[in-house]
Design a protein around this ligand. Structure first.
Ligand code: MN
Ligand code: MN
Length: 356
């Protein structure tokens, strides 16, 4: 089974050989993160048998009800990565403030931001969930990171990845040399490279959006989705499929495997939340991976990776996937900056009404 196969460890060592100046700390950190993902995969796979399903009696910093598995996955990430001497601090979705490395361990030169369990509302119904991570350089290596140290634009990431706990467990990551996907061999406990150099086709006929928010969308998004729904008889001239899993990792993975475009755009549902997804440990790592696969990731108005963060838990609108569709969504945002979208598009006054 291992003939002609590359393990994650071998992949990391071969990558490092191309950078003789590298200390190996990044490799050590990725191996520790991979261990966290294997441990979480095991807990997820045992489901109700391990007693980790259901709600905990707490809410997180975002005001969301925490699942028991959110808390367990967070603890796993902290324990597997805090000891190695390669981190100066961590940010987790489940912790209000950055996590200080315990005093008994040395401080290192990297920062880790993570969503320990993404899509956790899916866990009780046995639908795929995941973990997401982003690695940055610590501006001041060797000392405890300050909150401001984490506020780097995504373009500064040195590594990003996610694990998806689906029918099989996979680890998908980039260190800036393309996107590579590994499948967990559960008996060996090894991630094996199964999908080298993953790419996203530039065009697609599949989109993903939570359509129940339609009435809160901005004109650009309403126009884009209306045109997809109009299919062959509309301005796009072809039929579209729609998918919605409500788990960012699962949506991103589908798009990496077969293309598509995902939108959680800015909407007017809650003025305090100009987007749903979190910049540091959701949008940035997914954007890095998507760009490395040849796709694009945007707020609708600007490239995700260029956004200067202002808060470790800030939310942001996120549109990513096949780059032609992302470019179209951005164009519609520019078109409708001032000019309102004249809905219904295909009604009596429809812009695209076929001439009689
Ligand atoms: Mn999440
Ligand atoms: Mn989460």
């Amino acid at each position: 089974m291992l003939a002609d196969r590359t393990t994650l460890t071998q992949f990391l060592i071969e990558e490092r050989r191309r950078h003789p100046e590298a200390s190996g700390d990044l490799n050590a950190l990725v191996v520790d993160v991979a261990l966290a993902c294997k441990a979480i995969a095991k807990a997820v796979a045992h489901g109700e048998l391990s007693g980790v399903l259901g709600n905990a009696a707490s809410v997180n910093v975002q005001g969301e009800a925490q699942k028991k598995l959110d808390i367990a996955a967070n603890e796993i990430f902290l324990r597997t990565t805090e000891w190695g001497g390669v981190l100066a601090g961590m940010v987790s979705e489940e912790l209000e403030r950055p996590y200080a490395i315990p005093s008994r361990y040395p401080r290192g030169k990297y920062l880790l931001a993570f969503d320990p369990l993404d899509g956790s509302s899916n866990i009780d119904v046995n639908v795929a969930v995941g973990s997401i991570f982003s690695i940055l350089r610590a501006p001041t290596p060797g000392v405890d990171a300050a909150v401001s140290d984490f506020l780097q634009p995504g373009v500064q990431q040195v590594c990003a990845g996610y694990a998806i706990y689906g029918p099989s467990t996979m680890l998908v990551m980039t260190v800036g040399t393309g996107v590579h996907a590994f499948t967990l061999e559960p008996q060996l406990g090894e991630f094996i490279l199964t999908h080298p150099n993953v790419t996203i086709a530039p065009a697609t006929s599949e989109f993903a959006i939570n359509a129940s928010n339609h009435r809160f969308w901005e004109p650009a998004v309403r126009r884009y989705v209306d045109e997809c729904l109009a299919g062959r008889t509309g301005p796009r001239g072809r039929d579209f499929n729609m998918r919605w899993i409500a788990s960012l990792v699962a949506e991103a993975h589908r798009i990496l495997m077969r293309g598509g475009v995902f939108m959680y755009p800015r909407d007017s549902k809650d003025p305090a939340k100009p987007g749903r997804l979190r910049l540091l440990y959701e949008a940035n790592p997914i954007a890095f991976i998507v760009e490395q696969a040849g796709g694009a990731a945007s707020t609708g108005r600007e490239r995700i990776l260029d956004v200067a963060p202002t808060d470790v838990h800030q939310r942001i609108p996120l549109v990513f996937g096949s780059r032609e569709e992302v470019a179209r969504v951005e164009q519609y945002h520019r078109d409708h900056n001032e000019r309102p979208y004249d809905a219904p598009l295909f009604g009596e006054r429809g812009l695209f009404r076929a001439p009689a």
